[in-house]
Design a binder for this molecule. Structure first.
Ligand code: SF4
Length: 473
């Protein structure tokens, strides 16, 4: 839009409206009065409130001016989706509630829903753009420090492009339907990014999130409203094909069939065409599946031209032949190897692979690390009841192979466990405390080693300390 825009209203609201609407050429005043109106005669005036008799317009006759309000902005947002059915996918059991949802759906087809309480009770995936925008605009800031959404893009096998891990935050769009750059700069992506820029994080699933840093005080200032043209980090998880079948990840072995491979190849082509394997600072393969097993990932690796690459692998195929796909092509190589066990029996139980082979490859990776060909080596361990007593031994194993870090993650249920099995395996009680034996086990001095990362358990450790240590006293 080339016309000049004047935003009238609250200092916190106006820049957010401008960011979502992608208005760069704008001026801002808190109040438009008879004295300052003359200089804005040729501006389009956007009053950032729903109220027609706003205190932001003092003694102004608006008839001769081009004035729009927040509900008009909402209609502009919804316009590309006009005709799209807006429905709430929840079907409450009670008849009255079901009727109310039906009525609301009908009403939402024609009107801008402004009621914050209703908006907050509709699942984010069922909100139309204007509603999503109002949810973000009016949510209060939280005491969280995180800038992932602004900089990172995960690409999942269903095509979803997200600013964070699967299910942790609302997606920006879908790669099967659009090009990556178009998705990244779409109004929807801007709204999702705004939830981080205004520090509300209201589109994040904070029960799943492991990476947010909690700070003691809420900072209510807006972040710099400039987001990069390309993501700084791209995490590719487009193919689920894997040579293993870990119960924490899937129920069956999976390898993409020809049809699926074509769909994935199409997504890869879009990434290449839009420079997403060249412009970002780093690319990570593979957020899903095994990087050296999937045909699509193997085809993709030679196309990556970034300075930095992160390889996530189960290690079974990380050998000399496959290293040739990466060797001497990147300034920085990070390798993350997921093992989940320190003994052959547990490895067999949890991963179903050959432990001797993985140790042999680990030695190869460790040699590369010591030769400086790999810049960082991290070993991952998904903690569960079956393996938690091997955590200390796993740290020793990491030291033996000169790992830079040992990352312990908690078990998530990606629909692979029934509720009872998951509750027994995950070692976290009521989403709050650690299992008592597990908590006691974590008191060993070895867990204070700087190479150990227990960040995923930090909130549970703090709660458990209050609970168990108090009882002991
Ligand atoms: S889910 Fe957590 S880590 Fe992800 S963007 Fe939100 S706050 Fe950050």
């Amino acid at each position: 839009m080339n016309e000049k825009i004047l935003l009238v209203g609250d200092k916190r609201i106006c820049p957010q409206v401008a960011y979502v609407m992608d208005w760069q050429n704008y001026a801002m005043v808190e109040q438009l009065t008879s004295t300052n109106v003359a200089q804005y005669r040729d501006y389009k005036i956007v009053v950032c409130t729903f109220k027609r008799k706003s205190k932001n317009l003092v003694k102004i006759k608006t008839k001769t001016l081009k004035v729009i309000y927040l509900d008009d902005v909402c209609r502009l947002l919804d316009r590309p989706n006009a005709g799209r059915k807006v429905i709430i996918s929840q079907r409450p059991r009670r008849l009255l509630k079901r009727l109310a949802v039906k009525l609301l759906n009908y009403w939402r087809q024609k009107h801008v829903l402004r009621n914050q309480w209703l908006i907050n009770h509709i699942p984010s995936k069922d909100l139309r753009l204007s509603e999503l925008f109002l949810k973000v605009l009016y949510s209060p800031p939280l005491n969280i420090e995180c800038n992932k959404i602004e900089n990172v893009c995960h690409i999942f096998y269903n095509g979803d492009v997200c600013g964070c891990a699967s299910g942790w935050v609302e997606p920006f769009g879908n790669l099967k339907q659009d090009n990556p750059q178009k998705i990244l700069h779409s109004p929807r992506a801007r709204i999702v990014k705004l939830s981080s820029l205004n520090r509300s994080f209201c589109l994040c699933n904070r029960q799943l999130c492991l990476n947010a840093k909690y700070v003691p005080q809420v900072d209510s200032t807006l972040k710099n409203m400039l987001t990069p043209e390309y993501p700084t980090e791209v995490i590719i998880a487009t193919d689920r094909s894997c040579n293993l079948r870990c119960p924490s990840c899937r129920k069956h072995y999976y390898q993409a069939d020809v049809y699926e491979q074509n769909v994935i190849a199409e997504m890869s082509q879009k990434l290449i065409a839009d420079g997403w394997l060249k412009k970002p600072r780093s690319v990570t393969v593979a957020g899903q599946g095994e990087v050296f097993f999937s045909k699509n990932y193997r085809d993709l690796l030679p196309q990556i031209q970034t300075n930095e690459i992160h390889i996530l692998s189960n290690g079974i195929l990380f050998n000399r032949d496959n290293w040739a796909l990466l060797a001497d092509r990147f300034k920085t190589v990070h390798a993350e190897i997921s093992l989940d066990a320190a003994t052959s029996t547990t490895y067999q139980k949890l991963r179903g692979g050959d432990f001797a082979k993985v140790l042999q490859n680990l030695q190869f990776i460790s040699d590369l690390r010591q030769a400086g060909k790999i810049n960082q080596l991290q070993l991952n361990f998904v903690v569960q009841r079956t393996n938690y007593r091997e955590m200390a031994e796993f740290i020793e194993l990491g030291k033996q192979f000169h790992a830079d870090g040992i990352y312990f993650l908690h078990l998530n249920n990606w629909d692979t466990f029934d509720a009872a099995t998951y509750a027994r395996q995950c070692l976290i009680i009521d989403h709050k405390y650690l299992d008592r034996d597990f908590y006691e086990y974590l008191q060993k001095p070895i867990f204070h080693d700087p190479m150990v990362d227990l960040k995923a358990f930090a909130p549970y450790l703090a709660n458990s300390a209050k609970r168990y240590d108090k009882k002991r006293r």
